[in-house]
Design a protein around this ligand. Structure first.
Ligand SMILES: Cc1cc2nc3c(=O)[nH]c(=O)nc-3n(C[C@H](O)[C@H](O)[C@H](O)COP(=O)(O)OP(=O)(O)OC[C@H]3O[C@@H](n4cnc5c(N)ncnc54)[C@H](O)[C@@H]3O)c2cc1C
Ligand SMILES: NC(=O)c1ccc[n+]([C@@H]2O[C@H](COP(=O)([O-])OP(=O)(O)OC[C@H]3O[C@@H](n4cnc5c(N)ncnc54)[C@H](O)[C@@H]3O)[C@@H](O)[C@H]2O)c1
Length: 492
């Protein structure tokens, strides 16, 4: 049946009901369907979810021209030609095209082509295995309901903030014009990526961080190198500051951000002082689960909470074990690729349970256990330079009781890196488990390192012994030769 035609009452019982058609929901429905189960997706906004329209895709479309220009500036023969301002209209138009002009026809066609039904509307649980859409249509699930409703930006409780109508990640990825002065609050991934993009597009950017550095979940050198480069690009970075109050006197007028800190070193909008005036204010301080109006109370759970799941992504404490929480909504790893991974795991687990096949929960790397969520999550921050990591940082490895050795390497010392860009700056680290002689984590910072990350992910998830990695020969002269340097340093 066509995706858009799922309206007949006779079809209201499905094997699997998926709430939310983001990357996670789409993949889960696909896996369930491929295993021979009937599946329907309920979506209240656009098929494709946050990632396609207000997150990964538009943000990377904004950032690619920034890093391409930056790299070209360091290549002899191109550097003069690349020493130009970005054509912001062209970049924004490129972004609009990648966000499919905020229309989901293409993704609806895909659902259609694979045979997954779509119901548009706001879904709510109404007791075990039942879902009500827009307060009317009732769907029932023979085997499972999978909540894949994702997350939304959080606005901290700062006086005047909500009334000032700040940007969230949605505005920062879809804005139609470049603000003259932009203040960004939050030094995590969204704050760093969006400060990078809007500064390169011509905005005067101040980045406010309450901790002492950027990208606090990565190895500290990642934040240091990215901060250094943002400062060179002209971003005013202020660490150790809290926003005390926000005022916007008139809609569309300037916004005043009042800080709880000593006067700053300077920046756009009238500093030094403890007030910054800007045209827009982006709040990038983390996410909350989209579970507040989902009927969780009808199945004994707390509305607005992250869903607590086991390693097959089944929600804990629900009688009958029919409810799954997959993707951002379970707070295991808020990344598209991890949501899709969990969807593959949960889809297989739902199909196995539907067929009465035993689930091997003790098999850490089996088909029904999302072990990579805790041991091997890869992430690329598409800043300039890129920061890429997988697995545990040294601090996290020590916290979890591993006996480790840390090996660092200057990426500039690798021939492939110096050929890649003049004056290449970057660093790599591997964290080795001394008891098992396998890699627990790796981090690379530098131009082009995002594409290096999967080699590390294979090593970490595969628990490849160091002595075998010695035989994985990196091609000369690529940046991957850093592996050789790291292993040489480890082996001595
Ligand atoms: C600015 C930004 C950039 C990012 N960049 C990257 C990146 O480069 N790489 C990466 O891996 N991750 C990135 N992320 C994270 C990534 O966007 C999320 O991890 C991913 O979107 C999660 O997918 P999901 O399917 O779980 O949820 P979502 O993509 O949020 O999809 C959930 C869907 O559920 C729907 N929904 C919600 N409630 C209901 C309801 N009651 N009824 C029906 N439908 C409902 C929503 O409308 C939405 O379509 C970024 C995030 C942000 C904010
Ligand atoms: N390239 C990518 O993979 C990518 C890009 C963007 C977002 N994402 C994902 O999206 C999620 C959300 O990103 P995010 O940057 O919003 O969240 P985050 O949790 O990564 O960072 C938020 C930062 O804001 C700080 N903060 C919290 N409250 C604050 C306050 N009141 N004042 C100042 N700072 C405050 C936190 O200490 C934290 O450092 C992340 O989990 C991230 O993995 C991924």
């Amino acid at each position: 049946m066509a995706a858009t035609e799922a309206t007949k009452a006779a079809d209201d019982a499905y094997d699997v009901i998926v709430l939310g058609a983001g990357p996670t929901g789409e993949n889960l429905a696909d896996r369930a369907h491929a295993a021979g189960l009937s599946a329907v997706i309920v979506e209240s906004e656009l098929v494709g979810g946050e990632c396609s329209y207000w997150a990964c895709i538009p943000s990377k479309a904004l950032l690619r021209p920034v890093t391409a220009r930056s790299e070209a500036r360091r290549v002899p023969g191109l550097s003069d030609a690349a020493d130009v301002a970005l054509d912001s209209s062209a970049v924004l138009a490129h972004r609009d095209a990648f966000a499919a002009y905020w229309k989901d026809d293409g993704q609806v066609r895909w659902l259609d082509s694979v045979g997954i039904d779509l119901v548009r509307g706001q879904a709510r649980l109404a007791g075990p295995r039942r879902v009500v859409v827009d307060g009317g249509r009732v769907l029932s699930a023979r085997h499972a309901v999978a909540v894949c409703t994702g997350s939304r930006a959080v606005l901290p409780n700062i006086p005047g903030l909500a009334q000032a109508r700040p940007w969230t990640s949605r505005d920062a990825t879809s804005a139609k014009k470049v603000p003259g002065r932009l203040v960004v609050v939050g030094g995590g991934v969204v704050g760093v990526e969006m400060a990078t993009a809007w500064r390169a597009l011509g905005a005067s950017v101040t980045l406010l961080v309450r901790g002492d550095g950027l990208l606090p979940r990565m190895e500290p050198f990642a934040g240091h190198l990215v901060a250094e480069s943002l400062a060179e690009a002209g971003v005013f970075l202020r660490t150790g500051v809290e926003v005390r109050e926000v005022r916007r006197e008139a809609p569309g007028g300037p916004v005043t951000v009042v800080l709880d800190s000593p006067p700053g070193p300077g920046g756009p909008g009238g500093t030094p002082s403890d007030e910054i005036i800007a045209d827009e204010l982006l709040i990038a301080t983390g996410r909350a689960p989209r579970t507040e109006d989902l009927g969780l109370e009808t199945v004994g759970l707390t509305p607005g909470s992250w869903l607590d799941v086991d390693d097959s992504c089944r929600v804990k404490g629900v009688t009958g074990g029919w409810l799954y929480g997959v993707g951002d909504v379970n707070h295991r790893a808020l990344l598209t690729h991890q949501g899709k991974y969990q969807a593959r795991i949960a889809g297989a687990a739902i199909a196995a349970r539907a067929r009465g096949v035993p689930i091997l929960e003790s098999d850490r790397w089996g088909a029904h256990t999302a072990t990579a969520d805790t041991l091997a999550v890869p992430q690329v921050v598409f800043s300039d330079p890129e920061a890429a990591s997988v697995g545990l940082t040294a601090a996290a490895a020590e916290r979890t009781g591993h006996r480790i050795r840390v090996v660092d390497q200057d990426l500039a010392a690798v021939a492939g890196a110096s050929l890649y860009a003049d004056g290449y700056r970057g660093r790599a680290r591997m964290v080795v488990d001394l008891d098992r002689e396998v890699l627990l984590g790796a981090t690379f910072v530098g131009p082009g390192v995002g594409e290096l990350l999967h080699s590390a992910t294979v090593a970490v998830a595969g628990e490849v012994p160091i002595e075998r990695l010695w035989h994985a020969v990196p091609a000369f002269p690529t940046i991957s030769e850093v592996w050789l340097r790291l292993l040489e340093a480890y082996r001595g």
